[in-house]
Design a protein around this ligand. Sequence first.
Ligand code: NAD
Length: 474
Amino acid sequence: MMTDYKNLIDGEMVDNGRWMEVVNPATEEVFARVPACGKDELDRAVTAARRAFKTWRKTSSEERQKVVQGIAAAIKDNADELFRLLTAEQGKPHHQAQMEIYGAAGLAAAQSTLTLDDVINQDDEERLSRTRRVPVGVVGGIVPWNFPVMMAIQKIVPALISGCTIVLKPSPFTPLTTLRVAELIKDVVPAGTVNIITGEDSLGPLITEHPDIDKVTFTGSTATGKKIMEGASKDLKRITLELGGNDASIVLPDADVEKVAEQLFWSSFTNAGQICVAAKRIYIHEDIYDDLSKAIAEYAKGVTVGDGSQQGTGVGPIQNKKQFDRVCELIQDAKDKGYKFLTGGNVDPTGTGYYVPITILDNPPEDARIVAEEQFGPVMPLMKFSTVDEVIARANNSDYGLAGAVWTKDVDKGVEIAEQLETGTVWVNEFLHISPLAPFGGHKQSGFGAEYGLDGLKEFTYPQVITVKRNAAV
Ligand code: NAD
């Protein structure tokens, strides 16, 4: 059955009579439509956001907190419906979709408590100088297809908490759950503060270059991030960019092979590898390489690749055909070059659904495309290393700098290595944990600025310093 979803503009769910189709990646069936918006709808949404900003910017922290907590509750109370829809459009297995939905509600609840208090710079007989944070204004949010709800919420919530209003564009591949959330929060947020409009990629540059948008917060590929920076430079819009990664995991020889095999597997294959901070290069010390690579490949045999709506599925399809083709191309390149596969590598060309088997490569060279490029699919190269200095240099040999991990019983050693990695996040003995209260962002070409925590919130504000001269001659 085909369902039509509407956009949220100025407190109303609306459509414009022009539609884009949404495909279920597990079945390749078109099952829903969303409005195909362009300049007119964007102008309406921006006008509403601008009008709403006039009053929203003056609200108290308590009022904002209440609204954001209302968003958290709306998501949590409807989690069952939302996670099923998320699986249908994104492909991820139900239990992972549930984690995203509850994670988004949790993020909203946790961030609702954040406030940017004034900072006193000077308070003496001469003068009182205080820095306050003022909202930048109307924010344009642009998000990708791998965690559509989480990414939308991580833009909407700090915008509201800081006193901004927002126009958000979901990915054309995964707009549905976000639009259902829009419907659920329609009466929770004041009209115009949150607007969600859908369109093809071509809607993105219209947002970046819109003269009445003050800031763009973007999550997506590095290639698109560069275009956004260029577009935003025309009127010096503020930007936050969360981009791609090619994250390295380093496993030291003291790690317990049986205990880390399963964790390493899921650090790569959760969401079919379509996570910016998924482990995309795993470096294993030569002393345990053979045992650990065997244990990971063995674990992989017990994981089912299939339709995320079916019980028992561990790895779902790739989200869209374009990404599916890209992952297949990387696998084909590895085959053409004669690299060794521990498992996987054979995609069924006649099958329905964008399925790629769990694919693990055995020690391909450092310059292999499958190592040097962000795969963003269920593909994991395992590589051997001999010394710590060597592996740090190899891990850092990337234009990306998003995240990394170190696995060892010697925590001090793990931290010592972590501090030498050129990435915004490094885990020691865990993976994929992102705190809503700590800054998350990329070094090098993985990003610009940060999200989450007070650092993330500050990006939605300008600092304003008010200085009062005491005992002035006036
Ligand atoms: P993408 O860059 O193709 O698209 C992201 C969004 O940008 C979509 O909404 C798209 O419609 C829009 N867009 C496309 N062209 C645009 C343009 N010229 N101007 C403005 N907007 C435009 O990325 P994707 O394929 O949807 O997502 C995968 C990428 O996202 C991966 O590289 C992944 O690592 C990255 N990602 C990063 C993070 C992070 O936090 N650092 C999180 C998730 C995903």
